[in-house]
Design a protein around this ligand. Sequence first.
Ligand code: ZN
Length: 666
Amino acid sequence: MRSRWNDEEAARYATDGELGLRVYTSRLLGSDPSLVLHGGGNTSVKVRERNVLGEEEDILYVKGSGWDLATIESAGFAPVRLPRLLGLAQLDALSDTRMASELKSNMTDAAAPAPSVEAILHAILPHPFVDHTHADALIALTNTPHGMEQAREVYGEVAVIVPYEMPGFRLARLCARLFPEQAGDHTIGMVLLNHGLFSFGETARASYERMIQLVTMAEDYLAAHNAWTISLAPDGSAPEVQAPLDRVALASLRREVSEAAGAPMIVAAHSDEHCLRFARRDDLARIARQGPATPDHVIRTKRLPLIGHDVRDYADEYQRSFAEYAPRLEQDGHPLTMLDPAPRVILDGELGMCVVGRTAKDAAIAEDIYRHTMEIILRAEALDAYQALPPWEIFEVEYWDLEQAKLRRQEQPRVFAGEVALVTGAASGIGKACVEALIQRGAAVLALDLNPAIEGMWERPDVLGVRCDVTDEADLSRALDSGVAGFGGLDMLILNAGIFPASRRIEALDLGEWDRVLRVNLDANVALLRESHPLLKLAPRGGRVAIIGSKNVPAPGPGAAAYSASKAALTQLARVAALEWGGDGIRVNVLHPNQVFDTAIWTEEVLRSRAAQYGLSVEEYRRNNVLRVEVTSRDVAELAAEFCGPLFARTTGAQIPVDGGNERVI
Ligand code: ZN
């Protein structure tokens, strides 16, 4: 592992003093996922400051919770009074809830984030800068039957070796006792078995570079034992063959996972070579059914992955182990609240690795963590044998009182959390506004558009933009494959893509143009409805379809024969779908917008010609409705999203105008 220290960059941060350099090397650590993942790891610096009374105080600036090392700023460090922390380290016992309260109430800035639960550990190490990571190499080295001996062999006098202990006060207490006993002149760090590494130094650079040195020592040891570079495709063996995605099988699995979780869940399937090869190993049950690589991962991945498909069996087993362990932890605390018993990682020979989360972001975090877990397991196997902590130790972290408290504080999830929507024509106008309305309500969205710009329009894990010609069935099928692989199924469908040709009277109507309008506005939707039905039927809360119709259905206008006819036929199609699919719990409703001018359809030319058609100026035409209001894409999108929400839970086959009131419709 190479140091990423750069003098020029460091000089820029150094203008903010010690804390500036603390920010810099924290970011260096955070930028390497083999050191810390998603909010893992923490850093600190000890400084002497003058308080408001003019007195000098020793303060520990330690990473605040909610901050990620990769992107941390100085505001992300919590200033805690150092003497108080050293005092706490001398106590025989302290509950972690009480410890968290002590940390928070001994800060010198009430607006700072809550200090890391490892703050006391940082305090007891007698050096200004302290860095802590959960380096993959160290975890691979120590998650083996001879982890302690191997750590001693690698580090000798360079690091103090601490056996596994539950993070929080107990770990801080143990380190406070062992560190002074074992540290010598050559000590530059501390190894926590099955957990991670600490390094420290006089300067930010020294502490950072010692971390790199300690991690490199573990990497070199693994490399010397042919256990560092892991080849998932041994020479000469054929690549794993990925079966075509069975969308319905994956959506059924997601349905079962959601039932076990008691709420809709996102399930992302990863069937690349790496995942398939791991999921197809003969010894999978032995190596993968032990436990996470570090207890730190248990909240994201659960203790064990599900191997195969049997979600119910997994949930039963989870409940049994909860019933077995909970009484031991409840002895000195409150009754525990069981977490949902659904798996977060599923390993399957056909699907590869599936990851589960209440949001697409949670699923993406579980993916990252498990990809590292697979490598750690294989390295530990190559070295000796993978051996995770005993189940009880992991249970203790999963049901830590701090985690339980988090559970109690948890806000109401957003209305579409864990659900998946598909929007057509999503790159502009009403479609784009629908994507926004849906993600705001917590849904993951498959956003389709003919415009290739759709693919880079949203850079976030809960939107998958796919270029797709909805009139091409093969294109549509590929888009559905990516959506289902990305999110696990389909709950909501917003049929929006449409074209509005230039005004033309029937006597001048060309059949080619007529066909083109019907192909986009009608036929494409027939195909999409047909392909979506088996997925919508499996939606955990029932499928919903919202169709963007048009005022032209109840009140057609001259010159728009093809458009009006296509939208009328689409409305009739929706009504039949409402009848046919009601038994499957799928609701189908239509909204009829009018004069939504911030859409791609309304070119200046169309706008002028339509206004002229009614003998109005463009400005009059914009507000030409009963309420004299403009109707925007956002107004339409909000209604489309509400159609899919609980407000319309008892409504199907309905048509609702969103047009500011139209005399011909009223
Ligand atoms: Zn840690």
